[in-house]
Design a protein around this ligand. Structure first.
Ligand code: M6R
Length: 366
């Protein structure tokens, strides 16, 4: 059942090229210049007339929501707010019938997310679900939705659910960008064709596994780690830190790289590994200067870079390459090495990777 892998988590990490393909199969028709998604097509007017989109989720799904915020605003020019479901439902939020709520949930059973949906429905918002588990409570409770089609995710640490959620949300953003006319035909085509190359690029990113194992061995006894990224890769930093915390029990924090100087930089010394996402597109030069700041305080730098990068290679203690892609699609690639790193560190520490302590796969209590 683990398909020859030692753990479900590793199997699910390696399934991502296939899972992403399954997510866009039948939806992304690049040669026809078309994205077909019934749940969006049937409600296009609502999406086009919406004042804003509110995304609610928990944990890793919330991180996918943060990536989606960048994508929706950047590509479709629709204002987005991303909320922890548990905070949103209890803070008397302002919701109107001009709002669209998108709930993201792998299991479709998360209690707080479900409660947030019910609240938004009472206030008249249109509610759209992005779930993995077919027929789950959230899938049934929402007005419309799109499944991720990632296949069953057994490992408690979410991996393929995250990348497929981002894939679905990207498809939606592209569809809306096209319908709103904010995208030129050529830009739209560039995105569709690039999206089709992502599974093979994820495959390529997975080939760093041996190098990542070596790096994991160097840092497995750390007590604290920092994860930094900017723009589209800020949520990836949060997700990298969460993955490490939950399966290896090492304290880790994700931060927007530029926020470091507002506090966390005080933590940096020769014992602090700092994982930095420093891909070519997206504030590269700014991240390079953040790396210099870490280096001058003797922090250990493990950088996720674009293939062929030389500048960061000269500064960092370790670099892990990912293929080049459009900036908004980079999270689909930069997430991969961080998943593998957490996995190997947890295994080396003797942790129960698939069933970490104190955690359940779906959190059905608030
Ligand atoms: O099933 P959901 O996507 O609603 O679950 C949300 C979180 O409980 C979940 O992502 C959790 O944070 C994972 N264990 C993270 O790996």
């Amino acid at each position: 059942e683990k398909g020859g892998y030692d753990h479900f988590m590793l199997k699910e990490i390696y399934e991502q090229p296939r899972a992403i393909k399954d997510t866009y199969r039948g939806r992304l028709l690049a040669d026809q210049g078309l994205i077909r998604m019934a749940g969006i097509d049937q409600n296009m007017e609502k999406f086009l007339n919406a004042n804003r989109i509110i995304i609610v989720a928990c944990g890793t799904s919330w991180h996918a929501g943060l990536v989606a915020e960048y994508i929706f605003e950047d590509l479709a020019r629709i204002p987005v707010e991303v909320e922890y479901a548990s905070e949103f439902r209890y803070r008397n939020p302002v919701i109107t019938d001009k709002d669209i709520l998108i709930a993201i949930s792998q299991s479709g059973e998360t209690a707080d997310t479900l409660a947030a949906i019910k609240l938004a429905k009472e206030k008249g918002a249109f509610v759209f679900g992005v779930c993995n588990v077919v027929g789950s409570s959230i899938a049934r409770e929402t007005d419309a939705g799109a499944y991720t089609h990632a296949g069953p995710e057994i490992g408690v640490a979410s991996t393929k659910a995250f990348t497929t959620q981002i894939t679905v949300l990207t498809l939606i953003a592209l569809k809306l960008a096209k319908a709103k006319g904010v995208f030129s035909e050529s830009r739209y085509h560039e995105y569709l064709t690039e999206l089709e190359t992502i599974p093979s690029k994820v495959e390529k990113a997975l080939q760093s596994n041996t190098l990542i194992e070596i790096i994991a061995d160097v840092y497995k006894d750390s007590t604290n780690c920092l994860y930094l990224g900017r723009g589209y890769n800020f949520p990836v930093a949060l997700e990298g830190a969460l993955k490490l915390k939950e399966i290896s029990y090492i304290h880790a924090e994700g931060y927007p790289a530029a926020e470091m100087k507002h506090g966390p930089i005080a933590l940096i010394d020769e014992h602090m590994p700092v994982f930095v996402i420093a891909t070519k597109k997206g504030h590269y030069e700014k991240v390079v200067s953040n790396i210099q700041e870490i280096k001058s305080r003797k922090g250990k730098i493990i950088a996720i870079v674009t293939e062929g990068d030389e500048q960061v290679r000269d500064l960092a203690d370790h670099v892990i390459e990912v293929p080049e892609t459009l900036e908004s699609l980079t999270p689909l690639l930069t997430t991969i090495p961080l998943q593998l790193l957490s996995y190997h560190i947890a295994v080396m520490r003797g942790c129960n990777v698939d069933q970490p302590r104190n955690l359940a796969k779906s959190v059905t209590v608030e």
